[in-house]
Design a protein around this ligand. Structure first.
Ligand code: SF4
Length: 120
């Protein structure tokens, strides 16, 4: 069975075809990628898919403004919904600097949720 995916590593968006191949080193044959990053992305999608999470959280004492936040790297795709729910309960306290850690070491991945904006 061939699985088709669009590579999202760069704006070119190569159309990848991924096929299970027992005799290949990785266990998959990947075609359609214009560079090695596409192969790496495809393998990650098959073996351990991750997603970068972006969201907003409340700011204590500021009713009309939300703080944009994002993860510093991908977290396991199957944990994204639970994590989004958890994030919605957080409230940032000013002053907030871009890059400040809001949640550290998400699910033991070493990935942090950080502020994407400075708010004084
Ligand atoms: S395979 Fe390479 S060139 Fe193609 S979209 Fe992915 S990163 Fe970009």
């Amino acid at each position: 069975m061939i699985i088709e995916k669009t590579c999202i590593v760069c704006p070119i968006g190569c159309h990848l075809k991924i096929e299970k191949k027992q005799n290949s080193e990785s266990g998959y044959e990947i075609t359609g990628n214009n560079c090695p990053r596409g192969e790496k992305y495809a393998l990650k999608e098959m073996i351990n898919p991750e997603r970068i999470v972006t969201s907003t959280i409340k700011i204590k004492d500021l009713k009309n403004l939300m703080l944009p936040v994002k993860t510093t790297d991908g977290i396991p795709k199957d944990k994204v919904l639970d994590f989004m729910k958890e994030v919605s309960n957080y409230e940032a306290i000013r002053p907030i600097k871009r890059g400040d850690i809001i949640i550290e070491n998400i699910y033991g991945t070493g990935v942090n949720l950080v502020a994407a904006k400075t708010i004084n």
